[in-house]
Design a protein around this ligand. Structure first.
Ligand code: MN
Length: 253
């Protein structure tokens, strides 16, 4: 994949966690995200939404979760203006299938992708389960991805299934609005270590990930940068690439 900017910019954001921690708080965040999308739409060559956009999402054959209608409407509007939107699943919404693709023309990626934007090489993904560490999650993800377990879950009535999933998801860091993930962990930053490992073999100018919930801009060797996009529950951070440099910005602050 290759993107030419035509004097425009590419935008990146992740970890909206729409739906968490409750409907009312999520609604306020949803409106803020819609304002952000409106603010960038005229200069956006493409928009990357890099995982955990929903705190929980599961696609049944004929049913999708209720809610998020203004966000979804905004995506539809941008797509109707022919702005490419590229979606990634995160660890909270990995059960997205082809609804966004069929309904909105938005590709949904389950793994990191490589692409070139104006001669710069990017590796972009949510980042869950990459790099050393996080063994418990890696095991859990195997279960989440298991086709048989997914098949069982699919046949639980959605009112019950989604309730169970929300209760489970409600235990996660972001739902509790805990701030203890804000400490930079040095060489325990697993995604940073992951980038360094990749960069030993294949050079990328930019590594763009979410998942960490901490906005980061770190050197990976002398000519590569790892950007973590942060989150939108309390920080509203996003990435903006103008063809030459990548900036981490904060919306409405
Ligand atoms: Mn997240």
């Amino acid at each position: 994949m290759n993107i030419q900017l035509h004097q425009k910019k590419v935008f990146f954001a992740s970890d909206f966690h729409l739906g968490a921690p409750d409907e009312k708080t999520s609604k306020i965040r949803e409106e803020k995200i819609v304002r952000w999308l409106t603010s960038i739409q005229n200069e956006a060559e493409a928009i990357f939404l890099v995982g955990d956009i929903f705190d929980f999402w599961f696609e049944y054959d004929k049913v999708v979760p209720k809610g998020f209608i203004r966000f979804l409407g905004k995506l539809a509007e941008l797509r109707d203006k022919n702005i490419p939107i590229i979606f990634f699943t995160g660890n909270h919404d990995l059960w997205m299938k082809d609804y966004f693709t069929n309904e909105l023309g938005i590709p949904v990626h389950h793994h990191p992708i490589e692409l070139v934007i104006e001669n710069k090489k990017f590796l972009i993904g949510h980042g869950d389960g990459l790099g050393p560490g996080d063994e418990t999650y890696k095991l859990l993800k195997k279960g989440f991805m298991n086709p048989f377990l997914q098949w069982i879950f699919k046949w639980i009535h959605p009112d019950l299934g989604i309730r169970i999933a929300q209760a489970w998801s409600g235990k996660s860091r972001i739902s509790n609005l805990e701030k203890n993930e804000n400490d930079f962990k040095g060489n325990q930053e697993w995604l940073w270590e992951y980038c360094k490992g990749i960069n030993n073999n294949t050079h990328f100018d930019y590594y763009i990930f979410g998942h960490r919930h901490l906005p980061l801009e770190l050197e990976v060797g002398s000519t590569s940068t790892y950007i973590n996009l942060g989150e939108w529950v309390s920080q509203n951070t996003f990435g903006e690439f103008d063809g030459e440099k990548m900036l981490l910005k904060t919306f409405e602050k």
